[in-house]
Design a protein around this ligand. Structure first.
Ligand code: GLN
Length: 533
């Protein structure tokens, strides 16, 4: 990292949400890193929540966990996968966090009698959080959630405007991502909504340096010329970004538009030739169709939003490409097995492998336990992640005759809680930031499947859960046909279990999906895919 002042790239969005601003920000990060620069990314979210920990994953998508245990927006997952760096909690900033600190400071008398106002106090405070997160990096890329003009995101937009004055406009690039709709009747890409959005941004005091025009199909050169004329942004600073076959293609498409060079030129950054060969291989793998397809039953809830399990799906796909196979993932609604656990066999026998991802709450839990039991007994490959490990342990205990074995989420009063909360957790259910979060060490037993997959006996993985394997039962694992193949050396809690006499049955208390990369799939996912070949 250089000691020079950090330069900033601000990414805002207009016209409508869901344009892939996060992917655009991550792609810019990738292109700058590929030029030898040190890059950080930060997502600013206008929600009044303090972090993403208590947000409903069904509506908001996955809660991504950083190594230092921050519960963040799923865009951080894209950032990490694209720039291949581990970010920290400072890369996620929600309004609630800024406001909480501001009000606490006010109560602590830190304003010495001043009026505390949106401008300059709130906006100045946002600018402070941003500069703090960017310290030490060549470039800090800041994505502002929401759409410009929303009442909600006004303070963030104002903060990045003020920040431009604070650090010098020559050290900032403002990128505005807009939508270019296509009208079939007149066979035309329309630029008016984008023009209006640029006008709105200008009205808020920000003149965009770069426009990224998102469209469903390829927009024409004529559309670009028109957008340039009416928005006053040079054609060379407008990137057209039609829908991609794979999100991993976006950095390459952006590279071809030349905007990475526009950014480095404006910021007067010394760069090397972009190294994108490894990424081209990723895209090649991600977009290829292979001769063989493996089928995986994904036993979960929230069937209507794949964002809920974003990192797990990306990890599974990456593992499959790297083994040169397609993966066919079928969502199985665990809640359907809750009442009729016997139906699992009929449904799950259709698939080669079974994956149970993380989850919370009672609904679907019995169904997931039944699915793990089916995998154990039928010898079908099984990968359990977090909750997927807890249900596997319950299934193994019940298989061995402890019929009332259960977990704290199903029946906290039970006498046979093989999965239970730690004593410091039981009174904190449904509160924010109180789970076991972030990196913990894991010591792996020699001669186990885990050791074979990781090719190491010391690993670190990210956590997000309240429940743990109840160590009271650990001595019985052998009788249940499972082994604790990974344990945390400090707190002695079980991190990984696997079944004996089974071709592939492994489950972990942590979330390996957060450390998988498109260019470097995670060993547990690779092992799972391998077991299905
Ligand atoms: N609900 C379980 C717990 O709190 C599992 C959490 C998860 O899967 N992330 O321990």
């Amino acid at each position: 990292m250089s000691s020079k002042a950090t330069k900033y790239v601000f990414v805002t969005g207009g016209v409508l949400s869901g344009l892939g601003k996060g992917i655009t920000a991550a792609s810019i990060g990738k292109l700058l890193k590929a030029r030898g620069l040190s890059v950080n990314l930060q997502k600013c979210d206008p929600y009044l929540n303090v972090d993403a920990g208590l947000l409903n994953p069904r509506e908001h998508g996955e809660c991504f966990v950083t190594k230092d245990g921050a519960e963040t927006d799923l865009d951080l997952g894209h950032y990490e996968r694209f720039i291949d760096e581990e970010l920290t909690g400072s890369s996620s900033l929600m309004s609630g966090r800024v406001l909480l600190k501001l009000i606490q400071d006010e109560r602590a008398g830190k304003f010495e009698g001043e009026d505390v106002q949106i401008i300059p106090h709130l906006t100045g405070s946002i600018a402070d959080w941003i500069t703090e997160a960017g310290k030490g990096f060549d470039v800090h890329i800041v994505e502002i959630g929401g759409t410009v003009g929303d009442y909600e995101s006004l303070s963030f937009v104002e903060a990045i405007r003020e920040l431009g004055l604070r650090v010098g406009l020559e050290n900032c690039v403002y990128v505005h991502v807009v939508y270019l709709p296509y009208l079939g009747a007149s066979n035309e890409t329309k630029t008016k909504p984008a023009q209006n959005s640029v006008r709105e941004l200008r009205g808020l005091g920000i003149a965009p340096d770069i426009l990224v025009g998102r469209s469903e199909n390829h927009a024409s050169q004529a559309a670009k010329e028109k957008l340039s004329l009416f928005s006053g942004v040079a054609e060379s600073s407008i990137a057209l970004l039609p829908n991609a076959k794979s999100i991993y293609e976006v950095p390459l498409t952006l590279e071809d538009t030349g905007i990475a060079d526009v950014i480095t030129k404006k910021l007067k950054l010394k760069t090397s030739k972009p190294h994108l060969d490894d990424w081209r291989q990723v895209v090649e793998k991600a977009t290829s169709t292979y001769g063989k397809t493996i089928s995986v039953a994904f036993v979960a809830k929230y069937m209507d939003n794949s964002d809920t399990y974003m990192s797990v799906l990306e990890a599974l796909r990456a593992a499959a490409w790297h083994k040169n196979v397609n993966v066919d993932i079928t969502w199985i609604d665990a809640t359907e097995f809750d009442e009729n656990p016997k139906n699992t066999a009929k449904e799950l026998e259709k698939y080669e492998g079974i994956l149970v991802p993380g989850g919370f709450g009672k609904r679907g839990l019995e169904g997931k336990i039944a699915s793990a039991a089916y995998a154990l007994n039928s010898k079908k490959p099984y990968l359990g992640l977090c909750l997927g490990m807890q249900v596997a342990v319950v299934a193994a205990a019940r298989n061995a005759g402890i019929k009332s074995a259960t977990t704290f989420e199903l029946n906290p009063e039970s006498k046979e809680l093989v999965i239970n909360t730690m004593s410091d957790q039981s009174d904190k259910l449904n509160t924010g930031g109180t789970m076991r979060l972030g990196n913990y060490d894991c010591q792996i037993e020699k001669d186990t499947l885990a050791a074979k997959l990781y090719k190491s006996t010391k690993i670190v993985e990210r956590h997000r859960h309240r429940g743990e394997c109840n160590n009271k039962y650990k001595a019985e694992f052998k009788k249940w046909g499972i082994v604790a193949s990974g344990t945390n050396p400090e707190n002695n809690l079980v991190e990984i279990i696997e079944a004996e006499n089974h071709p592939f049955f492994i489950a972990c208390q942590f979330h390996p999906e957060f450390r998988s990369r498109p260019n470097r799939p995670h060993p547990l996912f690779s092992g799972f895919v391998e077991s299905l070949l």
